[in-house]
Ligand binder design. Structure first.
Ligand code: PNS
Length: 213
C-alpha cells in the first residue's frame, strides 16, 4: 500500500524519508529517505514521488471550450498540466500575449493541478526545463493530423525523452477552433457556446473597439 497524503499538500506519512532529492506529487521536497526502513519497494515509491508533468502548448488566441475539454482530460492523466502560451511571432494574434494569459488565468488556471504560463523558443527545451515528460496536443479531425504528426516526430527527433500525447476533445468540439470563433465574433455572431464567458466578453470588447475605429 502506498502512503496516504495528509492533506492537499501534505505527506505526513512520508516525512520518514531520507536521501531522496525529489519533489513528491504534492510539491514537497524530500531530502532524506531511509529507504531500507520503509515497507515500500523503490518502484512503489517512484509512483508516489515522481511528479508526472505535461505541457499543453498552444497559441490560445483565445482559449476555447475545446481547449478546456483537453485540459480536463489531461489533468486526469498527469499530476500537473502546464498550459503554456507560445510567443509565436509568425502568427498574427488577435489578443496580445498578456491578454491570452489573463484569459487562461480566468479559466484554465482555476482547474486543480493546472498551471498557466508562457514560453519562448523551442517547445521541447521548455518541456525539459520544466521536467515535463509529455506534450499534450488536441486532435480534432483528420485535417489536424498531418501537421500534428510532423510536429510530434520533429519534437521527438529534437528531444527523445518528451513524448507527444494526442487527446480527442468531445465530439461537440471537433469543429471548434480559435480561428472560427474569432471570425464569428468579428461578424457579430454569438460565441457564448464555444468559449467561456470571460472570453466571449473579451471578444465582444475587442471587436466593438475595432468597429468604432
Ligand atoms: O495552438 P497552435 O498555434 O497550434 O500551437 C503551435 C505551437 C505553439 C505548439 C507550436 O508552434 C510550437 O511548438 N511552437 C514553439 C516553437 C517550436 O518548438 N517549434 C518547433 C516545432 S516542431
Amino acid at each position: 500500500m502506498l502512503p496516504e497524503a495528509s492533506g492537499p499538500r501534505g505527506c505526513k506519512s512520508l516525512s520518514l524519508c531520507q536521501a531522496w532529492r525529489l519533489d513528491c506529487k504534492h510539491g514537497r521536497a524530500f531530502e532524506r529517505c531511509a529507504l531500507n526502513s520503509l515497507p515500500w519497494t523503490p518502484s512503489e515509491l517512484n509512483v508516489f514521488f515522481i511528479m508526472r508533468r505535461a505541457i499543453y502548448p498552444g497559441s490560445f488566441d483565445p482559449v476555447t471550450n475545446g481547449h478546456l475539454d483537453v485540459i480536463e482530460r489531461a489533468r486526469k492523466l498527469f499530476d500537473e498540466v502546464i498550459v503554456a502560451v507560445a510567443h509565436n511571432d509568425e502568427k498574427q494574434a488577435l489578443f496580445s500575449l498578456q491578454e491570452r494569459l489573463d484569459l487562461l488565468k480566468e479559466t484554465a488556471a482555476k482547474i486543480d493541478n493546472v498551471r498557466t504560463t508562457q514560453f519562448d523558443g523551442l517547445l521541447v527545451e521548455f518541456a525539459a526545463a520544466q521536467k515535463a515528460t509529455a506534450v499534450i496536443r488536441g486532435l480534432r479531425a483528420v485535417s489536424d493530423f498531418e501537421f500534428e504528426f510532423q510536429m510530434a516526430l520533429m519534437n521527438r527527433k529534437l528531444e527523445a525523452s518528451v513524448e507527444t500525447i494526442f487527446l480527442m476533445p468531445k465530439e461537440e468540439f471537433t469543429y471548434l477552433s480559435s480561428r472560427l470563433v474569432k471570425e464569428i465574433a468579428r461578424l457579430g455572431g454569438d460565441v457564448s457556446s464555444f468559449v467561456p464567458p470571460a472570453v466571449a466578453k473579451a471578444l465582444g470588447k475587442k471587436f466593438a473597439a475595432s468597429r468604432k475605429k
